[in-house]
Design a protein around this ligand. Sequence first.
Ligand SMILES: Cc1cc2nc3c(=O)[nH]c(=O)nc-3n(C[C@H](O)[C@H](O)[C@H](O)COP(=O)(O)O)c2cc1C
Length: 385
Amino acid sequence: MVNHTNGIFVVLKENIKSFGHGTVVNKCRGLQQYLAKAQALLSLHHHTSVPASYNKKISLLYSCFLYVYRNNCSTPIPCMTERPKILVVYYTQTGQLKRIIDNVVGPLQDKVTIVYEEIKPVQPFTFPWDKQVFFDTMPETVLGRPRAIEPLKVDPDEHFDLVILAYQPWFLSPSQPTAAFLQNETAKRLLKDKPVVTLMGCRNMWLNAQEKVKGYLQQAGARLVGNIVLVDTSPNLIALLTVLRWQFKGQKEATKWLPAAGVQEKDIIASSRFAAPLQKALDSRQWDALHPELMELKAVELKPNLILLEQRGISAFGFWSKFISAKGGPGAPERKGRLTMYRLLLLAGIFVLTPIDKVSSIIKLTFRKTKLQEDVEYFKGIHLR
Ligand SMILES: Cc1cc2nc3c(=O)[nH]c(=O)nc-3n(C[C@H](O)[C@H](O)[C@H](O)COP(=O)(O)O)c2cc1C
């Protein structure tokens, strides 16, 4: 049989090799365009071993593909021996996130092809921030109505074994450029059926943003296979003061009284440890063990009191974003009054209520310990409840 129809198999095998990479299912998508050719070859040779019930294009070609490999190949499927290809999608204002990316994927450079897609808002967010613009950015960020971004450079039909989505939270939500990317139709096409690892560089409040990103990825048909979070490990109020100094004055470096802002340098450098499990998963195209292996390397650390703090923040932002945006869009003079109210209350709230919050947190941490521990495990994971 194999000898008799050898011609078919040689031609199919050559075609299959050029069908890009990935799983059998992915390759079958590429195979569709060769249907006509395959059918012609099969009928030419009066090949009858493909059952008539295989009338769907994909089934026919899938069976051809498996047949060819079962009968002709003792070597692994060519796609498995090809160099894995990663797409890294990111936005960064100060360059911090790009440095984190470079450390995480740096050790992979020789073994993996890496393509970068930088998200660019049509109207860039100026850094350092003007205070009024900073606070005025909150409502649309929380409501998921981001500024437009420039068209993506990447071809949505190009094959990638993995997408790394590197992003930062803004106001407990995905930053506007990240949300714009996840809402973009080309991006959705690109993400469909792709394994995705999220990589975050932030102050320390990222839970709600990641929940929203999980939702976007699910809607796009992508599969979240890992999460890595780098945070500023200074005490919460210190991290808040330094991040504001950084965002408003552009000063990241330590001052007499306060440490440097952002993710600690040693943690950025140490993030290269995540390359090993990524490499392993890329080589095998097996994703199930990736997140547990990243967790063993402490890819996500979470203190239960931050869950309580975020829950409070989310309800406050939810209220203010609707209240302010009801008066007009970004920059509208009509919403200035409400914006000022929110600014003053937010700052007073943070500095006055934080000590009170601390006491109520201690009480909750004592009496709701089991539930909070469950929440910690959930947020460290990659599933959406
Ligand atoms: C408008 C704005 C809001 C932010 N809100 C949060 C937040 O809710 N949670 C958090 O952990 N970090 C927050 N950050 C810090 C960012 O997540 C990020 O760490 C920092 O802006 C540096 O990122 P870059 O790589 O874009 O420069 C905020 C930053 C900005 C500019």
